[in-house]
Design a protein around this ligand. Structure first.
Ligand code: SF4
Length: 200
């Protein structure tokens, strides 16, 4: 990242235990396999990579801020903190595959407390080159997904059930992207630095 502020924000976001490091890596692998993407001039690809990291970082920090304010409000009120209602989704292994979508149909329950702009963002996505949901987080770089807005998520997210999950898991493309080693050079060095930083 060239810009100092962008570097600082990225450092802050990537040191957060919920930063979607693995999904960002897969995002870049998917782009590297994309025929249209491959045709772009190298300089343009590089600036798009930077743009993707900056947009992802900025929105990640915005959601983290909102979450901490929300937790503070809920803890002051008598309302319980919303928790994951996963009693009926025992088949879910938190692989994040179902959330690797650029955007979804923004149909949210009426009682959802999300900012209106975020619902629009869910519908439109973070922008060109983004391959996973703006609200997809990761648990401590384990590859395990976490929905940042699970209690307030959209109807289409709720409608994704075991049948769709099984279908997705059998999709060869998803596996190809997961197993691809095809990370673009600038991203590879950025990720190498992050991995080094993580070691004690
Ligand atoms: S809102 Fe949550 S459940 Fe829905 S696609 Fe995004 S991360 Fe997945």
């Amino acid at each position: 990242l060239k810009d100092t502020r962008a570097r600082r924000l990225f450092r802050r976001a990537s040191s957060d235990p919920f930063f979607p490091y693995t999904f960002l890596g897969r995002n870049f692998r998917a782009l590297a396999l994309d025929a249209r993407w491959k045709k772009l001039p190298a300089r343009l690809r590089c600036s798009r990579f930077q743009q993707i990291i900056q947009q992802r970082t900025a929105f990640f920090l915005e959601v983290r801020m909102w979450q901490s304010k929300k937790a503070a409000v809920l803890s002051r009120s008598s309302r319980p903190l919303p928790s994951r209602d996963d009693s009926d989704i025992s088949y879910c292994t938190n692989c994040g595959g179902c959330c690797e979508i650029a955007s979804g149909f923004p149909d949210f329950p009426e009682e959802t407390e999300l900012p209106v702009a975020w619902k629009t963002l869910f519908g439109e996505g973070l922008g060109e080159g983004h391959r996973f949901c703006p609200f997809l987080f990761e648990v401590e770089r384990s590859g395990k997904s976490l929905c940042a807005i699970h209690p307030w998520r959209s109807f289409p997210c709720r409608a994704f059930e075991e049948e769709e999950c099984t279908f997705l898991k059998q999709d060869g493309y998803v596996e190809t992207v997961k197993n691809s080693r095809d990370l673009p050079a600038p991203v590879k060095s950025l990720f190498r630095r992050l991995r080094r930083k993580r070691r004690p």
